[in-house]
Design a protein around this ligand. Structure first.
Ligand code: TRP
Length: 361
């Protein structure tokens, strides 16, 4: 059977939050523990983070360990998954440079995620070239590991499409070399895009609307109690709306029937709770307290594991170093194949010399 390989990762620009967890981290751990994958690589994308943080390298550096701790605390296991730092794998940069020849400027301009990020960062009039081309570097990340499966959030779809185009083009021009990857999206729709606690479309550090995985129990509780709900739901008797109601979106993402049995036995499941809310007579505070219980149950083992790893940071460093070495080895194999396919491996075999000898005979 063909090898099944996972590659995915995150930019180290801040601690990871429950949006990352619902959208991707939780699934990664399930995939890791399914035993169905031959190899799993989880990348801390520092080089990509620098494409829009060139003037703030300290931020990226500071968050390498934070993200590593987040990974370990959610249950990624170094015995099963190689966690590594992108910039250590210099082969990725080299691959990117060759892939750049296979992509047009207009194709990059059409990438919806890049477009949105350009707006968000007010780059309109001065887009750094490195940032503009990061989808190409992401294709290098994925193909370097011959990844078959890329578990990511929905916002990464355009990157996978771009990667597939590069794979097809490369293989058509230079011969069958690169592996065509598949995206793996979250199964649960609410997990796809968890809003911030203020109801804004995305959790983002700059908006201050995130619940971090490393947050204390008390801070999580405070944030849950301050969550955006239905602004029209003023009195308990009023009918409430679920549309854009953050608390219910989080419940969609995190709760199951067992949570009801444990914390809110007067309802059998989320459908019953929702129906009562819509009918009127159910207050926000009660729903928020329930959500808090659900989230605390999910987050408390994560918090405990983080504390444990924080107490042996030298080991975490070593996990990253070992993972990075394993990743580099794998990427080097792909780079060698790529250079061979492109016939730029002049000194790796005798072929080039033989050709030249014939030519100049
Ligand atoms: N773009 C991803 C993010 O912003 C990080 C990333 C970089 C990535 N390279 C990747 C994800 C390759 C999946 C595969 O979070």
């Amino acid at each position: 059977m063909a090898e099944k390989v996972i590659l995915t990762g995150d930019r180290p620009t801040g601690r990871l939050h429950v949006g990352h967890y619902a959208g991707s981290l939780k699934r990664r751990v399930e995939l890791q523990n399914s035993g169905e994958y031959d190899k799993i690589f989880i990348m801390i994308a520092d080089a990509q983070a620098l494409t829009d943080n060139a003037d703030n390298p300290a931020k990226v550096r500071d968050n390498i360990m934070e993200v590593a701790l987040d990974y370990l605390s959610v249950g990624l296991d170094p015995a099963k998954s190689d966690m590594f730092v992108q910039s250590y794998v210099t082969e990725l940069t080299e691959l990117s440079f060759y892939y750049m020849n296979l992509v047009t400027v207009s194709r990059l301009q059409r990438n919806p995620t890049v477009k949105a990020e350009i707006q968000l960062r007010n780059f309109e009039t001065s887009i750094p070239v490195g940032f503009f081309t990061y989808p190409i570097s992401q294709a290098a990340d994925i193909t370097a590991f011959a990844a078959t499966t890329v578990p990511v959030g929905e916002d990464q779809m355009p990157m996978i499409e771009q990667t597939k185009e590069i794979v097809h083009k490369f293989n058509a021009v230079y011969g069958e070399t690169l592996t065509d990857p598949q995206i793996l999206l979250p199964e649960n729709k609410a997990c796809m895009r968890l809003p911030g606690i203020d109801g804004k479309a995305k959790m983002s550090k700059s908006l201050g609307n995130c619940i971090y995985l490393s947050e204390t129990e008390e801070d999580v509780r405070k944030k849950v109690m301050s969550m955006f709900t239905d602004p029209g739901h003023l009195r308990i008797e009023d009918p409430g709306s679920l549309e854009g109601n953050t608390v219910f979106i989080y419940l969609d993402a995190f709760c199951n029937d067992a949570h009801f049995a444990e914390y809110l036995p007067e309802y059998a499941n989320l459908d019953e709770l929702k129906a009562h809310y819509q009918r009127g007579g159910l207050g926000d505070v009660k729903v928020k307290k329930f959500l808090n219980n659900v989230l605390q149950e999910e987050l408390s083992p994560i918090r405990a594991r983080r504390k444990e790893y924080e107490g042996r940071i030298g080991d975490v460093y070593e996990i990253l170093e070992q993972g990075s070495k394993a990743a580099k080895e794998r990427a080097a194999q792909t780079l060698a194949k790529v250079k061979h396919a492109m016939k730029i491996d002049y000194f790796d075999t005798q072929e080039f010399l033989e050709e030249q000898k014939k030519k100049y005979r």
